[in-house]
Write a protein that binds this ligand. Sequence first.
Ligand code: N01
Length: 558
Amino acid sequence: MPGARSWGTLGGMGDGGHTDVLVIGAGFSGLYALHRLRSRGFSVRVLEQADGVGGTWFWNRYPGARCDSESYYYCYSFDPELEQEWTWTERYPGQEEIRGYLEHVADRYDLRRDIEFGVRVTSAAWDSGERSDGGSSGAGWTVTTEDGTSRRCRWLVTAVGCLSAANVPDIPGLADFAGEWHHTGRWPHGGVEVSGRRVGVVGTGSTGIQAIPVLAEQAGHLTVFQRTANYSIPARNAPLDPDDIEATKAEYPSIRRRQQASTNGHPFTLSDVDILDLPADQRREIYQKAWDRGGLQFRADVKDLLTDRAVNDDASDFIREKIRETVHDPATTETLTPRDHPFATKRPPIDTHYFETYNRPNVSLVDVKADPIAAVTPRGFRLESGAEHALDVIVFATGFDALTGPLLSFDIRGRDGVSLRDAWRDGPRTHLGLGVAGFPDLFTITGPGSPSVLTNMPVAIEQHVDWIADLLVRLRETGEVAEPTPEAEETWAVEVARAANATLLVQAASSWYLGANVPGKHRVFLPYAGGYARYRATCDDEAAAGYPGFALARPTAA
Ligand code: N01
């Protein structure tokens, strides 16, 4: 095999044998990368900081944690046997069930033997392998972990997730809080005792909206500190009926085809009705049907929802009306009513009795846009007005430093020792979200510029991994080093901006899609909004044309 070399372990850990590929992370993407690359004949090791598989679903154990995509399609599609043997129990899978599924996958495909758990990567550095005597030991990556040991590989694949770097607000006094505080994305495994206690939740994104109704049932008093009012659609979760499960299993080939042809990896049929051409009662009927069915399919039921502001306003009005119908107290209703962004321009939450929760006597709502949190005192929050809120437990449902945060949480250095942090100082730049100029043989599953968080994640992940695996097979055969060209990055940046600007998504000023939730973060629309099917076709074209967006160079021969 021309160009093939051995890649071993430095510093004493591991078995000292070959490692072609190091994968960082053992969530949905890391597990599949391990399986796929192994099946293509690569030696692969996965480094995972947690002590179990699951990634997002390992860490996010907050009360109410559940997937907003439906179980029958929030799963792998690579093996029809796996589809048939695994049986989901609810319409939307809970955190425990998804983690159980991923553990099953790890066991079924014998993945654990190549995963090192409890290993946190602190840096990764590429070198050309060129020696002072003019020879070469082979280009590759040296990956260093918290315990000071290093491993060497030819190709580095990041599977670090998009929403894994917790965003805890920098509020003065937090260290002196006498109670306990937790971020939802780092929820203690043993749970948090909230019964009879005064609990404060900061944040009303998808996570807060899932957690608030569950916490309200347990807490003595729950206070929600809301900065931006949010829309939400009822999830209408329920146990799955055995007959429906069998019917779904029989239909999988068609479900998968629809997902592959879709905008966002969901198997829904998009409405072709121009809704504003209909009279008010017929429009309402469409919205009501979508509301009664529940879930993210609401978006598919309204054509042009994310491209036509008049359509969106009409749908948003319907949801605002539902909030008014549900919440009893007029002042609370007013605070809960979203007005500053069109529906679904921030990731739309789905809920189980979220708005109803504000009718409970033990729940109150505080508008921290009108009166921001000034400080944490030992007793709780003090707002700018001087108002005090005594709390025993603070729950930060404040989201994540999305897409770039996980990749910048360790020191990645490419050609000439340039750091990724420096390369991305003015915002992330990638080719297809999969690679970065100046960082040879680095592949970023669901990186910035990929459709990732705008799609049903397993679909995007499988596509990325399969595409990367094909490229690595070529590189193994040719001995080439692959690195995106700056021109390809520029072209892709223009396309990512074009795609976002063709939608209403850019109108949500406080969206994490734009990096707006993290103080000081460069504002740029992070994921690719051009649609999953279009993205996949672009990737396929790139491969079919021989990877013109990559400089493919042969390193100096050893
Ligand atoms: O985070 P978010 P999330 N003071 O960033 C508020 C995925 N997910 O964890 O809107 C006060 O959406 C912030 O306010 P504002 C899904 O993709 C998936 O809820 O910035 N408030 C907002 O209300 C989702 O979109 C599932 O003004 C502060 C909230 O905190 C993504 O994860 C389930 C604040 C953060 O909302 C992130 O959701 C759950 C501050 N200093 C989540 N800082 C699935 O189903 C932030 N906020 C798979």
